[in-house]
Structures are given as C-alpha cells and as structure tokens.
Design a protein around this ligand. Structure first.
Ligand SMILES: NC(=O)c1ccc[n+]([C@@H]2O[C@H](COP(=O)([O-])OP(=O)(O)OC[C@H]3O[C@@H](n4cnc5c(N)ncnc54)[C@H](OP(=O)(O)O)[C@@H]3O)[C@@H](O)[C@H]2O)c1
Length: 333
C-alpha cells in the first residue's frame, strides 16, 4: 500500500484528497497542514520533510498547499507570503523529495499563462510566450520551475476550482442568486472550470500508479466539448449554474470588473496527457446536486404553504358568503 505525504491537507483540494483516502484501502495519506510545517519557514522545510519521509516510509509527496488570495499577492504582506509559499517553498520541498529519491506532485495554476479570447493552452506551451499577468501567476511559475528541475518532480496544473471544502466562485454565485435579483459578470474571461472531486480522483490515480507520468507537466482539468473547446466564459459558467438550479436572477454582462490583480482574458487549459476528467457541466451538476435538492425541497414546501393559504382564503370567503346569505334570510323573515 502506497503512503503519500499530503501538504495543504486542510485546503479546498487537500481536504478532498484526504477525505477520499479515508474510504480507500489501496493507499494511505499522511496529512500535513501549516501546523505541522509552516512553509514560510524555509530553514525548517528540508529537515522536517526529510525526517517525516524517512520515518513514515513515504512513497510520494503531493503539494496542494499555496497562498491563493490572488489580489493580496500583489503587494505588502500578501506578496511576501505568496513569494515564500508559492515561489520559494517548492525549491525546498523538491530538495527534500530528491534527497529521499521519491516523486513530488506539485499543484499549479492556469494563471501561469495569459491568453486572448478563446485561446487555450496545452501542457508544453511556452509560458515565456504567454507570460503571467499577476504576481500570483508569476510566483507559481517560479515554483513550477524549481519542481521541474528534479527528474521525479511533476507539475499538475488545475484551474477555476470549486469543491465542497472551501469558498469558491460557484458557492459565491449560488449565494448571490439566492439573495439578489441581478448579478454583473465580466464578459471577457475564459477558463476551464474544474471540480475538486474529479481533480482529486485523477491525482490519486496518478500518485498510486506504479509508473510515473510520461510528461513532466499535466493539466488536470474537467473536459470541455463543442462550443466550449476554446474555454468556458464566466458568463456561460454562471448561466449554467442559474439554469441547473432554476433561479430567475438577471445576469448582466459587463466589460470589466475592478480587481487589484489583473486577470488574464483566457487561460483555459487542455488536458492532452493525462486520463480525461468528466465534462465540466457534469462536474458542476454533481457538485451542486445536494444544493439543488435543498433548493427544490424548500420550493416544494413554499408551494405547499401557498396552496394551503389559497385553500384557507377560499374557505373563509365561502364562509363569509354563507353567513351573509343567512343574515339576509333572517332579516327577510
Ligand atoms: N482555487 C483555485 O481556483 C485554484 C485554481 C488553479 C490552481 N489552484 C491550485 O491548486 C492548489 C490547491 O488550491 P486550493 O484552492 O485548494 O488552495 P487553498 O484552499 O487556499 O488551500 C491552500 C492550503 O495551503 C496551506 N498553506 C497556506 N499557507 C501555508 C503555510 N505558510 N504553511 C503551510 N501551509 C500553508 C493552507 O493551510 P491552512 O489550511 O492551514 O490555511 C491550505 O491548506 C494550489 O496549488 C493552487 O495554486 C487553485
């Protein structure tokens, strides 16, 4: 049975990988969070990691930790944290894995690229030709390069992630649809929506396999077909959420949205090297299935209440009419 050390085990993706492992007997996860190892303390990384890898007989390391608050990465304390965790820490994690001669699977992001409308990127596309537009992307790209120097270091890029264990774009949209009548969505943004459950299942297969991936970079994203091949626009993504959950919220396209960190127009990733994940719409529907059930139950209860209120009103009306008729008859007598 393979033993995997998971960094970032309490994050959105890390929690998904860890929770799946609890029902499985073919591999074991040793979970690490910042309480076990603070990745800003670079002097501790190699020592602590090499010790735990040797002590627990670890077969591979998965790094799902990162500093992911994209806007905060642009300046100040956030920029320092992003540089330490996203750019520098991967160097030491790589060194520890290399000293112990075990594979490292390091998660990265679509933001290492920046493209134009409907442009999508394959694993070996050149990041120099389409360089990142914000500090988060730059730091993650720096981290990737550290990992790729090791022959058993693999970069797993994913994108537009949503899952049950963290705050994300899909949850935010559902919350807004429940509470406001109109949502403004930027029309010039394309990407590849991906779901932690599908990404986690895919990386588990990769890390427990007896053979290492053929390519050093993999794109672990949900599939897109037909009109979405070049990328899913934010608008189409939000429209799909709205339609699936049966909301009537107005979606208004806007040209730009003010954010501290610049967002690239398109960073859709193509998976041409790893096993395919389900289509993004299927991933979204599975992710929202429980939410849909809750919403539909609530709507059914409200409908029943409305019907009961209508019946009650009709009965009252009938009673009033009967009483009026009786009074009229009494007076006539
Ligand atoms: N979210 C997305 O939309 C998205 C898109 C593309 C790529 N990705 C990539 O996918 C991977 C997973 O992302 P995610 O959304 O699951 O991230 P997340 O929810 O923000 O989780 C990141 C994890 O990193 C840990 N961490 C932060 N600072 C740390 C420190 N100083 N020392 C040790 N651990 C620290 C956090 O620990 P605590 O739990 O203790 O805070 C958390 O568990 C990342 O590589 C990210 O770049 C994400």
């Amino acid at each position: 049975m393979k033993k995997i050390l998971l960094l970032g085990a309490q994050g959105m993706l890390g929690s998904e990988i860890f929770n799946i492992s609890l029902d499985r007997e073919d591999f074991e996860i040793v979970p690490f969070s910042r309480f076990n190892l603070d990745l800003t303390k670079e002097e501790e990384i190699i020592e602590k990691l090499t010790a735990v890898i040797a002590e627990k007989n670890i077969d591979a390391v998965v790094n799902a930790s990162a500093y992911t608050v994209v806007d905060k990465c642009e300046s100040g304390k956030g920029e320092e944290l992003s540089f330490a965790i996203n750019a520098v820490a991967p160097r030491y994690i790589t060194q520890a894995c290399s000293e112990q001669n075990i594979p490292l699977f390091h998660f990265s992001t679509d933001y290492v690229f920046s493209g134009d409308t409907n442009q999508s990127f394959c694993e070996n596309d050149d990041t120099e030709k389409f360089p990142p537009m914000n500090k988060y992307g730059m730091h993650k790209l720096f981290g990737e390069k550290e990992v790729l120097q090791y022959d058993k270091g693999f970069v797993l890029r994913t994108s537009w992630l949503a899952g049950q264990y963290g705050q994300n774009f899909v949850n935010k949209m559902v919350h807004l649809m429940k509470n406001v009548s109109e949502i403004k969505i930027v029309k010039n943004e394309w990407g590849s929506p991906s779901f932690t459950h599908d990404v986690a299942e895919s990386v588990i297969k990769i890390m427990i396999s007896d053979t290492l991936p053929k390519n050093k970079i993999l794109h672990i994203v949900n599939e897109r077909s037909g009109e979405y091949k070049g990328g899913v626009s934010r608008l189409a993504f939000v429209e799909e959420i709205k339609e699936y959950l049966g909301f009537e919220t107005r979606i208004t396209p806007v040209k730009t949205f003010d954010t501290v960190a610049k967002r690239p127009i398109s960073t859709a990733l193509n998976n041409t090297m790893a096993e395919k994940l389900p289509d993004w719409k299927d991933g979204l529907h599975v992710f929202l299935a429980k939410e849909k059930e809750k919403i539909e139950k609530k709507r059914a209860v409200e409908k029943k209440k409305q019907k009961a209120a209508e019946i009650y009103r009709a009965q009252q009306e009938k009673l009033r009419a009967e009483r009026a008729e009786n009074t009229k008859e009494e007076t006539e007598k």
